[in-house]
Design a protein around this ligand. Structure first.
Ligand code: CP
Length: 337
């Protein structure tokens, strides 16, 4: 991946981003390159108002801290306006069809971001929308998270190919998306799922095939120590979600051996970094000692949601002309080429 030059990104204009599986390795790498450039500009306090007068509709059927703030502030940094829409405040779900909602929002917005508990809602929205639809997490995928995490890994390892990544715990949204995103980017992915809580078998096969096609590897084990063997990054996520309160006891019992604590980190590679998509249930999947340790990169990881998603929105919405600010032309040219 050449980080020095900006790739031509016009080919991504107008596309939906429902899953990383719809994107080629080159697409994903190009988005990361754009994200790196945008982040560097922000660090130099340079403005990036490429999308003035544009609108982003953000539908959240479930609560969010990072996804909402990163999309909303990220879009504002691109010069546009983002609108936060919650059930009860709009007619979806119930009083208006997903199709009609998609048609109406497309007439007043340049992109739609949606977090839904149902994959079908996101897919139907995309079918009827005439502007890009971005998945802000559905029932079992979180592709904006997995690509933001790839950016974090790239920054900390200096490369992606050949890096070893371990995930411990439940086969929830980030786990599923990380397995396919990271294998496509050439990493070795080691999943440690508790018995009975494994990734879907078809998805495991897909991840293994993607790994084979892209020079990485994929494995799934029930042994947390086997999963973290040689890992440069160790990642975990919550063991239970709202709506799973009845399963609480069973889940805690199943996942306790997968807790990321000091004893587990002591058995990992000395240089291993700790990652978590957050929110963390401290004391369950991770201890304070690890979350707040020098090995932990969870807060830069959270920040990268904004940098990657700015790149994603910019590429999918695109720009029509060079902005007035001469200093911004390299990125603008990449989007116009
Ligand atoms: N990681 C993540 O998606 O966080 P939020 O639920 O706060 O958006």
């Amino acid at each position: 991946m050449d980080m020095r030059t900006l790739p031509a990104l016009r080919r991504l204009r107008g596309r939906h981003y429902l899953t990383d599986l719809d994107y080629s390795r080159q697409d994903l790498e190009d988005l990361l390159v754009l994200a790196v450039h945008l982040k560097a500009l922000r660090q130099k306090m340079r403005l990036t108002p490429f999308l003035p007068g544009r609108h982003l509709a953000m539908i959240f059927e479930a609560s969010s801290t990072r996804t909402r703030v990163s999309f909303e502030n990220g879009f504002a940094e691109l010069g546009g306006n983002a609108l936060y829409l919650r059930p009860g405040e709009i007619h979806l779900p119930g009083r208006e069809t997903v199709a009609d909602t998609a048609r109406v929002l497309s007439r007043m917005n340049d992109a739609i971001e949606i977090r839904s508990k149902k994959n079908e809602t996101i897919e139907e929205l995309a079918r009827f929308a005439t502007v890009p639809v971005i998945n802000g997490m559905d029932a079992d995928r979180h592709p904006a998270q997995s690509m933001s995490d790839a950016l974090t890994i790239l920054e900390h390892a200096g490369r992606l190919e050949g890096v070893t990544f371990a995930y411990l715990g439940d086969a929830a949204h980030p786990c599923n998306s990380l397995a396919t995103t990271l294998t496509k980017l050439g990493l070795n992915v080691r999943i440690g799922n508790a018995p009975g809580y494994e990734m879907d078998e078809a998805l495991q096969k897909k991840a293994a095939q993607i790994a084979e096609d892209n020079g990485g590897s994929f494995m799934l084990t029930h042994d947390p120590l086997e999963a973290i063997e040689g890992a440069d990054f160790i990642y975990t996520d919550c063991w239970w979600w709202t709506g799973q309160e009845d399963e609480y006891e069973a889940r805690i019992k199943a996942f306790t051996p997968f807790q990321v604590n000091s004893a587990l980190m002591a058995k990992a590679k000395e240089s291993a970094r700790f990652m978590h998509c957050l929110p963390a249930m401290r004391g369950e999947e991770v201890t304070d000692e690890v979350a707040d340790s020098d090995a932990s990169i969870i807060f830069p990881q959270a920040e990268n949601r904004m940098h990657f998603q700015k790149a994603l929105m910019l590429a999918l919405i695109g720009i029509d002309e060079l902005p007035a600010d001469e200093r911004l032309h390299p990125i603008a040219r990449a989007l116009l080429t």
